[in-house]
Write a protein that binds this ligand. Structure first.
Ligand code: PMP
Length: 287
């Protein structure tokens, strides 16, 4: 599926063909920037303010200026969906980098570069119904994973290892403690208690994670933002991962070991239904 034709830059809305980046660009050469991926359901943004808040938190953490005021950015992203006449399910990618300047590690005195584009993106309905297989991988990332930085090498390598093994996601752990997935947050349910790693500096504070924590008490689950071990993960009643594009994705297998009876659990199903209701999206027929 191809991109929609128009992008938003710090200079306004332009066609994708007219975006030209110099080879000396901080994002290209250093990964010196931050990004967001925002869900669009039937032409409307989901969790938009939460993503924008996180973008500004990430930018501030690396002393990077977003070249828009928050409300201007929100309005401009709305104009971008209108200009592209987005009606379908889609996702918006945006990034801010420290600009274009001769290559030197220290900060240049130049304006930031910004772009945002939209591409069609269907909901993974079949996987949401069936659940996915995962693997375990060492979390070899740095200490500040709450910053949504462009530096994603460890995440990419873990995801590729998962893919090579026919799995959907790599669940990361540090010294036996589960942190998050390579591009998702990880939850377990044991005896009707929902556990996930606390929103500390070493994980990304997922927007879907926050929504799940808010919805869980309504589905009869007790919530514990407490870290758990890989043993607890493998012995959980139910496991799922969350992300903007994967929503609430049941995990039915980890490293070849079946979770529960190998099908998505009832509590996960209840959360999936609550999530669809909260997002105002079409309900999936769950078996
Ligand atoms: N952790 C990581 C490392 C991620 O890349 C993502 C996806 N952005 C998430 C968690 C989930 O975040 P969100 O729910 O905001 O998509």
């Amino acid at each position: 599926m191809s991109l929609y034709d128009y992008l938003l830059t710090q200079d306004g809305i332009i066609t994708k063909e007219s975006l030209l980046y110099p080879f000396e660009e901080r994002g290209l050469q250093f990964g010196d920037g931050v990004y967001e991926v925002i869900r669009i359901y039937q032409g409307s943004f989901d969790l938009l303010e939460e993503h924008i808040e996180r973008l500004y938190r990430s930018a501030e953490a690396i002393r990077l200026e977003v070249p828009f005021a928050k409300d201007t950015l929100i309005a401009s992203l709305g104009q971008l969906t209108e200009k592209n006449d987005v009606q379908t399910d889609a996702k918006l990618y945006l990034q801010v980098t420290r600009g274009s300047a001769p290559r030197e590690h220290s900060f240049p005195d130049v304006p930031s570069n910004f772009y945002a584009y939209i591409e069609p993106s269907e909901r993974p309905v079949s996987l949401l119904q069936k659940g996915v297989r995962t693997i375990l991988a060492d979390d070899i990332r740095w200490d500040l994973c709450y910053i949504k930085s462009l530096n994603l090498l460890p995440n990419i390598l873990a995801k590729q290892t998962a893919k090579d093994k026919g799995a959907f996601e790599a669940i990361l752990h540090k010294d036996g403690i589960v942190t998050e997935g390579s591009s998702s947050n990880v939850f377990i349910i044991k005896d009707h208690i929902l556990f996930t790693h606390p929103a500390a500096k070493n994980i990304l504070h997922g927007c879907v994670r926050s929504r799940v924590l808010a919805l869980a008490p309504n589905t009869g689950l007790q919530v514990e933002e407490t870290a758990f071990t890989t043993d607890q993960l493998l012995q959980a009643d139910e496991v799922f991962i969350t992300s903007t594009t994967s929503e609430i994705m049941p995990v039915i297998e980890i490293e070849g070991k079946q979770i529960g009876d190998g099908t998505p659990g009832d509590n996960t199903r209840a959360l999936q239904r609550a999530y669809e209701k909260e997002s105002g999206i079409q309900a999936t027929a769950f078996a």
